[in-house]
Design a protein around this ligand. Structure first.
Ligand code: ADP
Ligand code: MG
Length: 353
């Protein structure tokens, strides 16, 4: 028996995380462009050439100030709810959005040395590690169900899908196909690892991060242009009386998006969507999908999921039988205020979905 569930009111929840000023920014005399007037609020200063000359106040579900810890993000972003729903059979996605250097990778995985599990309970561990720990805690509480976890880790670079767990195949990009059976998109021949223990999941995280690094000549440029998706699919079976089985199939994606400044770059260079292929089609199409979803008049209308690899793979959690969490990452620095305002506006739009 496949079970249907009621969806929460909002398909996408939005939180904002502000990183601290970096040592370099402080040394250069950069200052804070943002303030936190109240719960869930953030005020960003404007500047003469911006639309918001006088600055603008935004509100979201939650705003994490620079002092927020990695554990705070697990506890208060709503990601725990997402994991619970994935266990219940929903398609869920947590994605970090923001300009390069705003803290996306830090939020998801922590500093680079965290991929090596030398210090298993460091304060610096990111959201993925913490979510895995929480997931296993949940599964242990549900002895009445039989769970099978499978993990995969891929990267979309230049609209090509690369398997981060099986980089040997990366010369031949993988195909994204439609499955009639599951009525969803999937990546053909993607390596999936069955994970029985927490350590198996952590090994997947570690291995994928290592391959992402090794596969690129310039890590900074590469990670600003590529999206990575770590997926854990969760199948559960529960035996009821008279040998009736209830089975559920959920999943959770953790997505580290390309730097949001990439879309603007594409537009300012006057390129068409076709030409933009080489820069960042997926990020643009995600923007179009979000715009269509949030536009009241077009609700129920066409959402262009099929126009990029990223949106095909996230379609079921952006709409349909899914829930998403957007973590908008921003820099607090005055020198980044223009990108910060862009990110806050984008996040405000997502909130309306
Ligand atoms: P992105 O992935 O968005 O390009 P990073 O996660 O690489 O950005 O962050 C840029 C730099 O800022 C890194 O050196 C990172 O360690 C640091 N950083 C980001 N967020 C925080 C934070 N909340 N606390 C401390 N340092 C942070
Ligand atoms: Mg990054």
């Amino acid at each position: 028996i496949a079970t249907k569930h009621l969806l929460p009111e909002n398909n996408i929840n939005v939180v904002v995380r502000v990183r601290p000023l970096s040592r370099k920014e402080i040394k250069a005399g950069d200052d804070m462009a943002v303030q936190f007037p109240g719960d869930g609020q953030i005020y960003c200063e404007g500047f003469p050439s911006s639309v918001e000359k006088k600055g603008k106040l935004f509100s979201y579900n939650v705003v994490f100030e620079p002092t927020a810890t990695q554990e705070d993000i697990l506890q208060f972003s709503g990601v725990k709810k997402l994991i619970e729903m994935a266990v219940e059979g929903f398609s869920c996605t947590a994605f970090c959005y923001g300009q390069t250097g705003s803290g996306k990778t830090h939020t998801l995985t922590g500093p680079p040395e965290m991929f090596e599990r030398t210090n298993p309970y460091s304060e610096q561990h990111g959201l993925v590690f913490r979510s895995f720990v929480y997931l296993f805690k949940l599964l242990q509480e549900r002895q009445e169900c039989n769970f099978v976890l499978k993990a995969s880790f891929l990267e979309i670079y230049n609209e090509k899908v690369i398997d981060l767990l099986n980089p040997g195949t990366s010369r031949k990009p993988l195909m994204v196909r439609w499955s009639k059976k599951t009525r969803g998109f999937f990546v053909e021949n993607l390596f999936t690892v069955e994970c029985e223990e927490l350590d198996d999941l952590l090994a997947v995280l570690e291995e994928g991060m290592r391959n992402r690094k090794v596969g690129s000549h310039n890590m900074n440029d590469h990670s600003s242009r590529s999206h990575s998706i770590l997926t854990v699919s969760i199948t559960s079976e529960q035996q009821m009386d008279n040998s009736v089985f209830i089975s559920r199939q959920g999943k959770i994606n953790f997505v580290d998006l390309a730097g949001s400044e990439m879309t603007k770059k594409t537009q300012s260079e006057g390129k068409t969507l076709e030409e933009a292929n080489n820069i960042n089609k997926s990020l643009m199409v995600l923007g179009y999908c979000i715009a269509s979803l949030s536009d009241g008049k077009r609700k129920g209308g066409h959402i262009p999921y099929r126009d990029s690899k990223l949106t095909k793979l996230l379609a079921d959690s952006l709409a349909g039988n899914g829930v998403s969490l957007m973590i908008a990452c921003i820099s607090p620095a005055k020198s980044n205020a223009s990108e910060t305002l862009n990110t806050l506006r984008y996040a405000a739009r997502v909130k309306k979905i």
